[in-house]
Design a protein. Structure first.
Length: 181
């Protein structure tokens, strides 16, 4: 847990939903472990990487799966908005509620690596089978697999050039040399 998170009044997911999409200053937020965090400004490289990964994965998704970009996942005490997530279901399955898990969550870490590593605990607890943190400046991806209570049993780093394949979604893969070119 981030040290500054110990002196706050936590919110439940239901209380967080009552706040609305933006805070009183028009800032976007997300809920992590009951704490409302302001979303980090996305520099151009961050957004470009989201687009590159999304374009590749959009062509790999099988019927019955949904690729979500910056869509909330409603979890026990958090409502993160991963840069990309692949969840089981169709758009209409999420008209009334956000997904409660995903097969794969992806965060792009240009300025947010520490925060994205903290999210690994949240994602593991929610049963998200695989979590990637894409680090474009280092041309590598941190891969988390085998979720347990609040951690992942397997953590590895895959660097370009390599082909990274999702262990849980057949056909979902990304060529890191092409991604980081």
């Amino acid at each position: 847990m981030v040290p500054s998170m110990t002196r706050v009044s936590p919110l439940s997911v239901a209380e967080y939903h009552q706040l609305g999409e933006f805070d009183e200053n028009g800032r976007r937020t997300e809920l992590i472990r009951g704490i409302v965090l302001e979303k980090i400004l996305k520099p151009p490289l961050h957004y470009a990487m989201i687009e590159r990964v999304r374009k590749v994965q959009a062509g790999q998704i099988q019927p019955g799966w949904l690729l979500r970009q910056e869509g909330p996942l409603t979890l026990k005490d958090s409502e993160p908005e991963p840069d990309l997530a692949i969840a089981r279901g169709l758009e209409e399955d999420f008209f009334a509620a956000h997904p409660a898990t995903a097969e794969l969550a992806i965060e792009i870490a240009v300025t947010s690596l520490e925060a994205d590593r903290i999210k690994a605990e949240v994602y593991a607890e929610a049963g998200i089978k695989e979590y990637w943190i894409v680090c474009p400046q280092e041309k590598r991806v941190e891969v988390y697999r085998q979720p347990k209570a609040d951690s992942y049993g397997d953590r590895s780093v895959v660097s370009a050039p390599a082909m990274l394949e999702c262990a849980w979604l057949p056909g979902v893969r990304i060529d890191l040399a092409a991604l980081f070119s």
